[in-house]
Design a protein around this ligand. Structure first.
Ligand code: SAM
Length: 409
C-alpha cells in the first residue's frame, strides 16, 4: 500500500503499521476516540505532560552524582544484573529497528510532532482530579451515588420529516462496590459530587479496593477472553508513591485470574517494570499461580514529539521502554476454532507517553490474539480509565474519565 494510504489509515485509526518490522506507532488519543460517540478525548489534556517538559520521565534522585552512578551500567554485574542486561540485549535489535522505522517515516513524523494540537485546541484543562481513592475509604462511601444521564434519539423518524425524538434518562446508583454499566451505544455523562465524567458506549466500571475484586467473577458460563492487568508494583520511586499506593507482590498472587477467564480460555496481558526481580517473580510464581502459560513479550517504546527516544536506550536503570507480558489461560474446551491468530513475539508499540504511568490503550489491539468469542469480553484490572466494550476495575477507574479530559465531538 502507498504511504499516503497508510497515513490516512493512521489518521482514522490511530495505528500506523511499519512495513519492514513488527512495530506499530500508536496515537492513544485517536485509538481512544474510536470508543466515543459524542465526546472526544482532548489531545492537549492527554499529552499535557509530554509536549512541554524537557524530560518525560520523572527523576527520582535530585543528587546528580548519585544519578550518574545509578544510570551507568555497573562495571561488574551480579547475577540479577547480568540477567537483566541479557534481556535488554535480546530486545535491543527489535527496539532499534522499530525506532529506525519511525525515524524513516517522515510523513508520519510530521503528524506526530503536532499530535497535541490536533482537533479543537480550545480544550478544557483536566484541572484537579477528584480524589476517588480517598473518597472510597470514608465511612460515607457506600452512600455515594453516581448519576447517569443518558441521551438517545429516535432515528426512525428521520426520513419521515417529523422531528427527531430525544430521550433523556437519569438514574442514580451507588458508585463504590457496584458494577456501574453504560449499556447504551452512546456516551453517557455522569455526575459524582459535582464532578462530571464521560462513560463510553457499552462500558462498565467497578470501583473498589482489592478486597472486593471477587465480585467481578462471572456467575455463569461467561467470563472474559481478554484480561489486561497493570498492577501497582512497588518500585521504590518516591514520585510514584505520590500518585498511587502500591502493593507487595504477594497480593497479586491471589488475583482471581483463573476465575475471570472464559471457559474458552483467555489472553492475559500483564504490564511489568524492568526490574529483574519482578520478572523472575512473574515467570516462576505469578503466572503459574494464575494458571497462565507465558506466550510472548511486547514492548512499549516511549518517544518524544520529535520522534527521539525519551531517554538513552542503554541507561541501565531508566529504560525508555516497558514490557507487556502475554500469556494464555487455557480454556476447558480445547477447540481449535476458539484460538485466533498466533501471538508474535517482540512486537513493539511506539507512542508518546501521556500522564504518569498511563499506558497506551492496548485492549482493541490485543483482541485479535485472544481466544475468539462471538462477542469479545474484556476486563482491565487496576484501570484508571474506561474503554468501550470493556469492564474497568480498580480503586479509581473513573480517573481519566473526568470531563476536563474531553471536548464535545
Ligand atoms: N493502567 C493504568 C493507566 O494506564 O492509567 C495505571 C494503573 S496504576 C499502575 C495502578 C492502579 O492501581 C492505580 O490506579 C492505583 O490507585 C490502583 N491501586 C493501588 N492499590 C489498589 C488496591 N488496593 N485496590 C485497587 N486498586 C489499587
Amino acid at each position: 500500500s502507498k504511504p499516503a494510504g497508510k497515513l490516512s489509515t493512521f489518521l482514522d485509526s490511530g495505528v500506523y503499521r511499519f512495513e519492514d518490522s513488527t512495530a506499530v506507532f500508536i496515537d492513544p488519543v485517536r485509538v481512544l476516540n474510536r470508543s466515543y460517540t459524542r465526546f472526544r478525548v482532548s489531545p492537549s489534556a492527554y499529552y499535557s505532560r509530554s509536549f512541554n517538559s524537557k524530560i518525560q520521565e520523572p527523576r527520582v534522585c535530585s543528587n546528580s552524582r548519585k544519578r550518574k552512578r545509578k544510570e551507568k551500567k555497573p562495571q561488574t554485574l551480579n547475577d540479577r544484573e547480568r540477567a537483566a542486561d541479557q534481556r535488554h540485549q535480546e530486545a535491543r535489535p527489535f527496539l532499534l529497528k522499530a525506532h529506525k522505522s519511525l525515524l524513516r517515516s517522515t510523513e508520519l513524523l510530521e503528524v506526530v510532532s503536532n499530535l497535541r494540537d490536533d482537533f479543537d485546541n480550545s480544550a478544557s484543562s483536566p484541572g484537579t482530579a477528584q480524589p476517588l481513592v480517598e473518597l472510597g475509604r470514608v465511612w460515607q462511601a457506600p452512600l455515594y451515588e453516581i448519576t447517569l444521564n443518558s441521551q438517545s434519539h429516535d432515528n426512525a423518524s428521520e426520513d419521515g420529516g417529523s422531528p427527531v425524538m430525544e430521550y433523556r434518562k437519569q438514574r442514580a446508583v451507588p458508585v463504590f462496590n457496584n458494577l456501574v454499566v453504560n449499556e447504551t451505544s452512546e456516551d453517557v455523562e455522569a455526575e459524582l459530587l459535582g464532578s462530571r465524567y464521560i462513560l463510553p458506549p457499552e462500558s462498565s466500571f467497578y470501583m473498589s479496593d482489592l478486597g472486593q475484586i471477587h465480585n467481578l467473577i462471572p456467575e455463569s458460563d461467561c467470563g472474559f477472553n481478554l484480561i489486561v492487568v497493570d498492577p501497582p508494583w512497588e518500585n521504590g520511586s518516591a514520585h510514584q508513591k505520590l500518585r498511587y499506593s502500591t502493593l507487595p507482590n504477594r497480593y497479586f498472587l491471589s488475583l482471581p485470574i483463573k476465575q475471570l477467564c472464559h471457559t474458552n480460555g483467555a489472553l492475559v496481558a500483564l504490564w511489568v517494570t524492568n526490574r529483574e526481580k519482578l520478572r523472575g517473580f512473574v515467570e516462576k510464581e505469578l503466572f503459574p499461580a494464575w494458571g497462565v502459560e507465558y506466550a510472548a513479550t511486547f514492548f512499549w517504546l516511549k518517544v518524544k514529539a520529535d520522534g527521539s527516544l525519551i531517554g538513552d536506550l542503554d541507561l541501565f536503570h531508566h529504560r525508555p521502554y516497558e514490557c507487556l507480558l502475554l500469556g494464555l489461560c487455557p480454556g476447558e474446551a480445547t477447540d481449535d476454532n476458539s484460538r485466533s491468530k498466533p501471538i508474535p513475539d517482540n512486537q513493539i508499540m511506539l507512542s508518546i507517553p501521556g500522564d504518569y504511568s498511563r499506558k497506551p490503550p492496548v485492549a482493541r489491539f490485543l483482541q485479535e490474539y485472544s481466544p475468539t468469542l462471538q462477542r469479545n469480553r474484556c476486563v482491565e484490572l487496576f484501570a484508571r480509565e474506561m474503554t468501550a466494550g470493556c469492564v474497568s476495575w480498580g480503586n479509581e477507574p473513573l480517573h481519566f474519565q473526568e470531563s476536563g479530559n474531553f471536548t464535545r465531538g
